[in-house]
Design a protein around this ligand. Structure first.
Ligand SMILES: Cc1ncc(COP(=O)(O)O)c(C=O)c1O
Length: 358
């Protein structure tokens, strides 16, 4: 079976180096906070070009802690996409605020700034764009709307411009992400000193010194063992992202566009997922499945129609581009280091399933 993402193929050559770093963590006896976590936070901040990077337990906590640190809660509205992973709107609801769903641009699958503008009210406290599938969201246009941004960059570590506009930008290190840990992990990148200080406190029970508790926080830390792995992976990320971009270009060269709509390429896109579109999705997915090739439709029920978000009152048809993308998208195999033979097989199978070749 050809997988959708082959994470092991990416880290297998690094196992000897990982073992050395894990041995050093074992020798140190420091598993919570400590030098590995601090070093990774410094290296991540430098990579992203932000003054603060704060390790947390996962990408969902990164969103929740960012919202809390920015003082967003009950009575506030945050505008976000509906065509994204559930954690985006869940985090907004989790802090007691109201998610307001805006529609997407059908070509980029990212937030449509004009639709966002139409949904701003006196209660709007922030806009939460998602850099979906590794494609940078239109940050300049969204920033021009005059609201603070929280970038959900879970899928886009290393993508161009990411973390440049948000007060906070959040990352997930779930093992399939472009930059990944060996389990759960996350990060908040922050451009404002006071907000960063609050995120730091909130991830450890609202305390600066483990003696005095100034805020109601939580326990949400990045473990030293994950930080050690992330420090091995971070210098390789640019190469992996280049390889993903090369894989995307190869799909186009191999003629995949004869059967499906290809994702529009842009220089800063890091292809967390390689997502095509077709009204014939089910037929193509069945053909791939039969040929032993993994594929996946993402966000088949968009967030505004999920049971937990029903209280918000969105009807089917209320976000037409989102709903069309939910019905038509299909992710095909792509990872850093994917080989041309695999891609050739994927393309031939898609062309045959779509009826383009016999
Ligand atoms: C867009 C988006 N936001 C948030 C998250 C949540 O991250 P985590 O699974 O690390 O909590 C994910 C991924 O899993 C995601 O894809």
């Amino acid at each position: 079976m050809i997988p959708l993402v082959d994470v092991k193929a990416q880290y297998a050559p690094l196992i000897p180096e990982l073992k050395e770093r894990f041995a050093a963590v074992l020798e140190s006896g420091r598993f919570i906070f400590g030098p590995e976590v601090e070093a990774f936070e410094r290296e991540a901040a430098a990579y992203l070009g932000v003054p603060h990077a704060i390790g947390v337990a996962n990408g969902t906590d990164a969103l929740v802690l960012s919202l809390e640190a920015m003082g967003i809660g009950a009575g506030d509205e945050v505008i976000c996409p509906s065509f994204t992973f559930y954690a985006t709107s869940e985090a907004i609801a989790r802090v007691g605020a109201t998610p307001v769903f805006a529609d997407i641009d059908p070509v980029t699958l990212n937030l449509d700034p004009a639709d966002v503008a139409a949904r701003i009210t006196p209660r709007t406290k922030a806009i939460m764009p998602v850099h979906l599938f590794g494609r940078p969201a239109p940050l300049a246009e969204l920033r021009a709307l005059g609201m603070p941004l929280i970038e959900d960059a879970a899928q886009a570590f290393g993508a161009e411009g990411v973390a440049s506009a948000g007060v906070c930008s959040t990352f997930s290190f779930f093992p399939t992400k472009n930059l990944f840990a060996l389990g759960d992990g996350g990060l908040v990148a922050c451009t404002e000193d006071e907000v960063a200080e609050r995120v730091r406190m909130l991830r450890f029970h609202g305390s600066r010194d483990k003696q005095t508790f100034e805020l109601v926080g939580t326990n949400s830390r990045l473990d030293a063992i994950h930080a050690a792995a992330l420090r091995v992976f971070l210098p390789r990320l640019a190469g992996w992202n280049e390889s993903r971009r090369a894989g995307a270009a190869r799909y186009a060269e191999l003629g995949l566009g004869d059967a499906v709509d290809l994702p529009l390429d842009e220089p800063g896109h890091v292809y967390h997922m390689y997502v095509v579109r077709s009204p014939e999705r089910e037929r193509i997915a069945a053909g791939l499945e039969q040929a032993g090739i993994s594929c996946a439709a993402y966000y088949v029920t968009p967030l505004h129609l999920q049971p937990a978000m029903r209280y918000l009152g969105y009807e089917p048809g209320s976000l037409p581009e989102t709903e069309r993308a939910s019905a038509e998208n299909l992710a095909l195999p792509l990872w850093g280091g994917i080989g041309p033979e695999v891609q050739e097989q994927v393309v031939q199978t898609v062309l045959a399933a779509a009826g383009v070749v016999a």
